[in-house]
Design a protein around this ligand. Structure first.
Ligand code: MN
Length: 246
């Protein structure tokens, strides 16, 4: 379906400009508007919402099929800022498709989500899209109809602001969800490099099963998870409680 209203859609990611996920997303987005890609020149996964302010940024053209695409020596949030500056008018930022889910606690360090959050900070709608990793590389041709279905559904709801979308590898439906928040073991495992120098692995194995209605449960059960988010982190109940204590 080709939309009458042609939007300016900025595409970003954190896996880097040559990830198969970003070109798959750009191909899907093309049906909904004009597409430009601004993405990090190297992988920026788990960099969260970092911005670069202590050195200048550059962007250079990149050969990504026939897309207008630029690689940036910065973070996902930098890419959104530069893309917005370059284009002037951006109606929608799509960030992804990340190779690996961004569920629950990983929202705190996700560079993919940061791309969408940066859009939201600039007053632009932002959607982060990620797919759960498996042993085999993701078949994006198989996933694309599901991505297009999600985009079409979302763009029928023009009032959304910031969304986090996660795909299982073979989706069987779509669920609106809330963020799963559960504890991780946070264990650090010590090992040795070939020169017998110590190296460390941070583990993030979850301690509890996913709660009902959460993003993690939906993807575990084979559904696409869509979670509406907001930038305001204030805990309003706690604010009231603390204010009430003299
Ligand atoms: Mn990534």
């Amino acid at each position: 379906m080709v939309y009458d209203l042609r939007m300016n859609i900025l595409i970003v990611n954190d896996d880097g400009i040559y990830s198969p996920g970003i070109v798959a997303l750009a191909r899907c987005a093309r049906a909904f508007g004009d597409v430009r890609i601004f993405a990090p020149d190297v992988e920026q996964s788990s960099m969260g919402h970092a911005i670069t302010h202590s050195r200048p940024l550059r962007f250079k053209p990149a050969a990504i099929e026939d897309f207008e695409a630029y690689k940036v020596n910065g973070t996902p949030a930098d890419c959104v800022a530069l893309g917005h500056h370059h284009w002037g008018e951006v109606d929608l930022v799509l960030s992804g498709i990340n190779l690996g889910a961004n569920l629950g606690n990983s929202m705190w360090h996700s560079g993919t989500l940061a791309g969408a959050k940066q859009a939201s900070l600039l007053g632009i709608r932002g959607v982060a899209l990620s797919v759960r990793e498996g042993y085999e590389p993701q078949d994006f041709e198989k996933l694309s109809p599901h991505v297009e279905e999600v985009l079409e559904r979302l763009l029928r709801k023009p009032d959304f602001n910031l969304l986090n979308v996660n795909f299982p590898r073979e989706p069987k439906g779509i669920r609106w969800t809330r963020q799963s928040v559960r504890q991780y073991d946070g264990i650090v495992i010590e090992d040795e490099d070939p020169y017998q120098r110590p190296v460390y692995w941070c583990t993030v194995s979850p301690l509890e099963p996913a709660d009902d209605g959460t993003d993690r449960q939906a993807v575990d059960e084979g559904f696409v998870s869509i979670t509406p988010l907001r930038l305001d982190l204030t805990d309003y109940d706690e604010l009231k409680r603390l204010q009430s204590i003299p």
